[in-house]
Write a protein of this length. Structure first.
Length: 123
């Protein structure tokens, strides 16, 4: 599903400023079209594909539930992530894909259990 907003934060025509990867987490700093900033915090991260996203403009965000049934994932990258995921994790995994304005293809994909978004008034 393609989204133009996360909460009240507009993704269209914004720019990814930075991507920080941590143990089972990721943080994306985002500059909105109106000059405001937002921070996306991903939790329960099992994998990330970053195609030099920092500095690129975003058109939208695609979200897709990743099936927890091993062997059914179409994308080989997602299938490998699910294979390496510890047994017993009950939370579902979602693929969050930031779509580039120029290419209309994913420039950053985060496979995570959840995301929190907030406006950053002072970074």
């Amino acid at each position: 599903m393609q989204q133009l907003f996360i909460g009240d934060i507009s993704l269209s025509d914004g720019t990814i400023e930075s991507v920080l990867l941590l143990e089972s987490a990721a943080r994306v700093e985002f500059r909105m079209w109106d000059g405001g900033k937002a921070i996306f915090r991903f939790k329960g991260v099992i994998g990330v594909r970053d195609r030099n996203a920092a500095g690129q403009e975003v058109e939208a965000l695609e979200t897709e539930d990743v099936l927890p049934i091993r062997g059914l994932a179409v994308d080989p990258f997602a299938a490998e992530l699910l294979e390496e995921r510890p047994e017993g994790r009950a939370e579902g995994v979602t693929r969050y894909a930031f779509i580039g304005s120029w290419t209309m293809r994913p420039i950053l994909e985060v496979y995570a259990e959840e995301v929190e978004a907030e406006r950053a008034y002072a970074l």
